[in-house]
Design a protein around this ligand. Structure first.
Ligand code: FRU
Length: 466
């Protein structure tokens, strides 16, 4: 089928088109779904409204790749065409078992008087491209509202299958529930995934469990968190708890706070999978916005909205997660990067709108500031170790910022730049900022001021091309 949104030069928003991120061919994209490497091919499904740029009629869009950088677009894999998913084939995950591909998803149904019903469903494929729906797997759990969704399934070391689901209790608090199976078809309800009560909002979406040798990590996207200082500033956010999976499948969290996975404005609902090389790779949605801000995104004029993040390799290092673009993305780098070692040469005209900027400091810089295309500013304050990213909101036209403390001081940054999307990785991915930006003026200016000695740092700028 027709691939990414190839916009004609007459398009109003061609200047915002994205070249190396997964975007919908048309319509609206949200969460990444069903991530898996199956029979040697990477499959990425995504929440997709094919017809319009609003949150309705969700199907599963489908792209595949052999290398995580070149993506082939396919027909939608799952359409909302059964009684149990008629109002949306909602988010879910994939596993492969006995050579078959199993997709688990939530069927969303608006029942009588618009009351929400949710069904946890299965679809099976033998080739990864055509799917047979098997319908709902079990009855709705007692004690939970209609908000139960986003099954994430994995198999443990002794062959038991586990499923977690984002949920809302009848007392309107957020939760994640656990199911167990031996054959992927019969599922037994095991109760709350985290036994101890955590007061984190009214609904938890898109739970995910990442297993590392020393630790397990529970990632989820709670709705309804109160802003706390500089944290939790977005409409909804994604974060994680470190801990251990117990022998009965539940998660025992460490006594550590829920930590935001991304410090930018939009990153949400990520999902991970492990590929054959053993890497934990994750994609997120870029991303969630206040409805009025989403309605004002200029690309809606050309009939498409949102993107996925680049694939990120996730590791657990010194008590926290690190996220870095997968190594394959280095293949997008064009030869002969601009190397900036002249103190005077700090205003650069970007060669194109797809770039990667790398800065490495030998010692933490005194202060650092980057102005990108006269629209986005990134600043590091040595005095208090604060890193601040600001942009102009395309609806209100006001400046808005997000910030984080870089505990051990700034050492390096890696910036993936596209015409309307930026992913910033600080200190090898210890902190990440993802953000959309839409500037009206066609500026290609990059102004870097590092306020330190040039021998203390290296700056390289690559043009990226798929
Ligand atoms: C998260 C989410 C999921 C749901 C899907 C619907 O962004 O709300 O909980 O399954 O999107 O598109």
């Amino acid at each position: 089928m027709k691939g990414r949104n190839d916009l004609s030069s007459k398009s109003e928003t061609e200047k915002y088109s994205l070249k190396y991120h997964i975007v919908p061919p048309k319509g609206l994209l949200n969460d990444p779904n069903g991530l898996i490497q199956y029979k040697g091919i990477y499959h990425v499904f995504f929440q997709w409204n094919q017809h319009d740029t609003v949150h309705k009629n969700k199907s599963w869009g489908h792209v595949t790749s052999k290398d995580l950088i070149h993506w082939d677009y396919h027909e939608a894999a799952l359409m909302p065409d059964e009684w149990y998913d008629k109002d949306g084939v909602y988010s879910g995950s994939a596993v492969s078992f006995e050579d078959k591909l199993y997709l688990f998803y939530t069927g969303n149904v608006r029942g009588a008087e618009g009351k929400r019903e949710s069904y946890q469903c299965l679809a099976v494929s033998e080739d990864g491209f055509t799917f047979e729906k098997k319908g709902p797997l079990f009855n709705h759990p007692r004690g939970y509202t209609g908000h139960v969704r986003d099954p994430k399934v994995w198999q443990d070391g002794v062959g038991t299958w586990w499923m977690v689901l984002g949920a809302q209790k009848e007392d309107l608090s957020g939760d994640t529930i656990l199911y167990q199976s031996t054959n992927l078809l019969d599922w037994e309800f095991k109760g709350s995934f985290v036994e101890e009560k955590l007061s984190l909002g009214y609904m938890w979406e898109c739970p995910d469990v990442l297993r590392f040798t020393e630790k397990d990590v529970f990632i989820f996207s709670p709705q309804g968190l109160e802003t706390k200082g500089k944290e939790f500033q977005n409409i909804y956010q994604t974060g994680y708890l470190t801990g251990k999976l117990t022998s009965n499948g539940t998660f025992a969290p460490d006594k550590k706070a829920f930590k935001e996975l991304d410090r930018g404005f939009e990153f949400y609902a990520p999902q991970s999978f492990t590929d054959v090389s053993g890497r934990v790779i994750s994609f997120g949605w870029a991303g969630v916005m206040y409805p009025e801000v989403e309605a004002a995104v200029p690309t809606r004029k050309d009939g498409w909205l949102h993107a996925l993040s680049v694939p990120r390799e996730v590791t657990y290092v010194d008590g926290a997660l690190k996220q870095q673009p997968v190594i394959e993305l280095e293949q997008l780098r064009q030869p002969n990067p601009t190397v900036i070692n002249d103190a005077a040469q700090q205003t650069i005209e970007l060669p194109s709108l797809q770039n990667e900027l790398l800065i490495d400091w030998e010692n933490t810089p005194k202060d650092f500031c980057l102005h990108i295309r006269k629209g986005v500013t990134m600043q590091y304050h040595h005095g208090n170790n604060r890193f601040v990213v600001s942009r102009t909101n395309w609806l209100t036209k006001e400046r808005e910022e997000r910030e984080v403390k870089i505990e051990k001081g700034l050492k390096n940054i890696r910036l993936l730049l596209e015409s309307s999307l930026i992913e910033l990785f600080i200190n090898d991915g210890e902190e990440v900022f993802t953000l959309r930006y839409f500037i009206e003026e066609e500026s290609r200016q990059l102004v870097i001021s590092t306020g330190d000695e040039i021998e203390n740092r290296t700056i390289s700028l690559y043009e990226l091309s798929v």
